[in-house]
Design a protein around this ligand. Structure first.
Ligand SMILES: [Zn+2]
Length: 212
């Protein structure tokens, strides 16, 4: 199916789809990045008000997927957890939440990707592993594909919406040149799993990188 069709489908149609064809501005600093990617609904993370902005322009994408559940964005919007769970933090309202998140995530209820953090914000998606000599979260835009991570194949809809997301992101965040999977940089992780193929990125010109 033609790219424009999926763009139209993702946005609910209309002139907005064509506006995405216009060039984004070239940010020379984090302050000049847009907060939002045009055409994406927000399902904000609980952590959105509390996390810092990037110290430097993001230069890579990290791919994740929902662990065992399919509703990734819905969980990450308010990641309640039991006391003692991995990454669980006691919050000011007395509840425990896992400090996890990604800039974009698959919404099961909307059947598309939604935005959960500003493009200027550093998110706790891939821990503190080094990539390109720097702590990865400090210079990466992160996305959660649908769960579970071991689905294979993924839907054609998800693949097309992912490719639409990448091409839109690269127009608005021109500093991005690299990509990696969470499983490429953390031996304990399996996401985004076998249903994701590097073919999904083969028109982007991005370079794959590993841990280090
Ligand atoms: Zn992950």
């Amino acid at each position: 199916m033609a790219e424009w069709y999926w763009k139209w489908l993702a946005l609910g149609g209309g002139a907005v789809a064509w506006l995405l064809g216009s060039e984004g501005t070239v940010a020379k600093s984090v302050d000049e990045l847009p907060d939002s990617l045009p055409g994406y609904d927000w399902v904000p993370s609980y952590w959105q008000q509390q996390l810092p902005v990037f110290a430097t322009l993001p230069d890579m994408i990290v791919l994740h997927s929902g662990d065992v559940g399919a509703n990734v964005a819905e969980y990450l919007a308010n990641p309640l957890a039991e006391e003692g769970a991995v990454n669980a933090v006691l919050c000011s309202d007395g509840k425990y939440r896992r400090k996890v998140g990604a800039h974009f995530a698959w919404s099961l209820t909307r059947n598309r990707f939604v935005q959960q953090f500003s493009l200027r914000q550093e998110v706790p998606g891939a821990g503190s592993v080094p990539v390109l000599g720097k702590r990865v979260n400090g210079h990466a835009i992160q996305i959660e594909l649908s769960g579970p991570y071991d689905q294979n194949p993924r839907s054609e809809l998800e693949r097309n919406l992912f490719q639409d997301w990448v091409s839109t992101l690269l127009r608005y965040v021109r500093s991005i040149h690299y990509w990696t999977r969470h499983s490429d940089i953390d031996a304990g992780k399996h996401d985004p799993g076998p249903g994701f193929s590097s073919d999904w990125l083969n028109t982007t010109g991005l370079t794959w990188v590993s841990r280090g």
